[in-house]
Design a protein around this ligand. Structure first.
Ligand code: GDP
Length: 424
């Protein structure tokens, strides 16, 4: 059975924790999109880890971790990540990398930096991991698949061809040093050594795994609102963050995805630029940021402070719908225990009209939040394992959100650890 774990919002909803938890009963965990630009934070017996490329199942010895063809594969990052976890005493994980995954080239990272620098104030707030230049090249058909590393003659010719156009931009648009194909070739030979032990025909592997009845998790990165089609374009990421893309980015039949677990955080946070209707500022935001997540709401990749906001029912209802949600995992609820009153965004006012349907970007810029204020529960709910044992106001908060978004909350996460979970 194949399950997808995805985010409903701007990312950082706690997908890593839910994946790590569900990995216990899974055989295979697949990353199907995105790259080392975002990260999952996982806390377990071995310590606290920020994973950027590896799926969140690498801490079990019964699972196989897969980098699907849809991922932007940064080979040295992958290599160092494997090393960082084995250095901390985690047994060497079983890893497979799709032979069709494409490689983040050193110049993708450079172009990402140069372009953000050129845009100045109008920049996207990119993490400068090379993701946008990577996916641009993939769709411009000048990307490099892992399997191409094994044909040296072909590789060298292609590098020469690609560098020709890149160098025009480097010289005349960015005024930066030009690329040297022979140097890139040497780097790619290093990459080949690093990745060789893991290369696999992943879609065939998964096809057979499905036939054998294996449990497979597809792990998404970021969330619905960062999807290039359905998100807040252009302030989005460059690969689809939707469960549907899980089929493509892993190489599985779409009808095999039987469950879509959409992770929803009990309040909002976002990184990067773009409209964020329920955003809060000042001391109110600082306090939520400081108390948020596990050790504060700061980017897992960049360490930058996340933008904070109240729970947004409009964005989340939409985010869940576009994912094709079967189950909602409602996370980080424990953090709200300090509040007497908890505002929730239940509508957007746009040009004097209130809507609960998430609009396209140019209207979103004009939206003002319509807030409803719920009573807080004013206590620590960590350690509670049964739904009925949650304080009444806490249950009311969950049920209010569930009613507004229209998708069943079947899991409530009340702490960062695997066991901090309440099934409903
Ligand atoms: P992801 O990218 O969606 O996996 O999310 P992140 O890993 O960036 O952010 C989630 C953060 O919240 C991490 O630091 C987790 O350890 C933490 N976390 C996850 N679930 C919970 C929870 O229920 N309560 C608390 N307090 N922290 C949580």
């Amino acid at each position: 059975m194949v399950k997808a774990i995805v985010g409903a919002n701007w990312g950082d909803e706690g997908k890593g924790k839910i994946t790590d938890m569900l990995a216990e009963t899974s055989d295979i965990i697949v990353r199907f999109q995105g790259g080392a630009n975002a990260g999952h934070t996982i806390v377990n017996n071995y310590g606290k880890f920020a994973l950027h490329t590896l799926p969140s199942g690498v801490f079990y010895d019964h699972t196989t971790s897969i980098i699907g063809n849809g991922v932007a594969l940064n080979i040295p990052v992958l290599f160092n990540e494997i090393k960082s976890i084995t250095d901390k005493g985690v047994p060497a994980p079983k890893i497979l990398v799709s032979d069709r995954a494409q490689i983040v080239m050193p110049y993708h990272v450079l172009f990402d930096e140069y372009e953000e620098e050129r845009l100045g104030k109008a920049s996207f707030g990119s993490t400068k991991s090379g993701i946008a230049p990577f996916y641009s090249d993939k769709y411009a058909k000048i990307g490099f698949q892992v399997q191409e590393l094994f044909d040296e003659e072909y590789l060298m010719k292609k590098l020469e061809r690609v560098c020709e156009t890149k160098n025009v931009l480097l010289e005349h648009l960015y005024h930066k040093p030009k690329l040297v194909p022979a140097e890139l070739f040497e780097t790619l030979m290093e990459y080949r050594k690093m990745v060789e032990p893991y290369v696999c025909d992943v879609s065939l592997y998964l096809w057979n795994a499905v036939k054998e009845g294996k449990n497979i998790l597809l792990e998404g990165q970021l969330g619905s609102l960062k999807d290039p089609d359905h998100g807040i374009y252009p302030m989005v990421t460059s690969s689809s963050t939707l469960a549907a893309y899980g089929a493509i980015g892993a190489g599985l039949p779409p009808y095999e995805i039987k469950q879509v677990i959409t992770v929803v955080k009990a309040y909002s946070s976002a990184v990067g630029a773009g409209a964020f209707v329920s955003e809060i500022f000042g001391d109110e935001a600082d306090e939520l940021r400081r108390r948020g997540g596990d050790g504060g709401e700061y980017g897992a990749t960049t360490g930058r402070p996340r933008r904070m906001g109240w729970f947004d029912c409009v964005a989340t209802k939409y985010g869940c719908r576009i994912q094709g949600t079967t189950d909602v995992a409602f996370t980080v609820l424990d953090v709200l225990g300090y509040l007497d009153k908890i505002p929730v965004c239940v509508g957007y006012e746009i040009d004097g009209k209130v809507t609960t349907d998430f609009p396209t970007t140019h209207l979103l810029e004009k939206a003002k939040p319509v807030l409803e204020v719920l009573d807080g529960w004013n206590c620590d709910i960590r350690g509670i394992r049964k739904y009925e044992e949650l304080p009444e106001n806490c249950r009311k908060y969950i049920e209010f959100v569930e009613g507004q978004i229209g998708f069943p909350i079947t899991m409530v996460s009340n702490g960062p650890k695997r066991e901090d979970i309440i099934y409903r």
